[in-house]
Ligand binder design. Structure first.
Ligand code: DQA
Length: 144
């Protein structure tokens, strides 16, 4: 299965940013972790701090024939209708992932725009949540 893993703003700062919430491992460690768990898949990774770049990458996925998207939109989860529209536009099955359990955090993290277009949301499972998200994409699409 051909899967695109997208991480939004500040996820390049993993290992440095708020380690009590996000852990001490880095973004590169995250990519390695997913590759080791799901190496048999055709995996592509993208991280950006810029909303428009994330929209562009989702649109590009349509033309590449990507079969599933795993996205942690970071803080854009709570603000971006543009990312919601992009996921709707491409009609690629998408799972929303958060390292932390946002349902237990601040009130301003309780709204997720992208959730409306996602087939599922995984939160509070740390790095394992991304692998769980890929499992959910496999089950949803019947691909492996
Ligand atoms: C996050 C949760 C968001 O609220 C936050 O803005 C992030 C990371 C998570 O992975 O837990 O940047 O998406």
């Amino acid at each position: 299965m051909n899967i695109l893993v997208i991480n939004g703003p500040n996820l390049n700062m993993l290992g440095i940013r708020e380690p009590d919430i996000y852990g001490s491992e880095t973004y590169d460690d995250l990519v390695k972790y997913i590759q080791e768990a799901k190496g048999s898949h055709d995996l592509d990774f993208f991280q950006s701090n810029h909303e428009g770049a994330l929209v562009d990458r989702i649109q590009q996925a349509y033309y590449e024939g990507v079969q599933g998207i795993v996205i942690n939109p970071g803080a854009y989860t709570h603000t971006s209708i543009a990312l919601l529209d992009a996921v709707r536009a491409v009609s690629i099955p998408t799972v929303e992932v958060h390292l932390s359990d946002v349902s237990e955090r601040e009130p301003y993290r309780q709204l997720s725009y992208i959730r409306e277009a996602a087939i599922a949301t995984v939160m509070g499972e740390g790095f394992a949540g991304y692998v769980h998200a890929i499992d959910l994409l496999e089950a949803f699409t019947g691909e492996n």
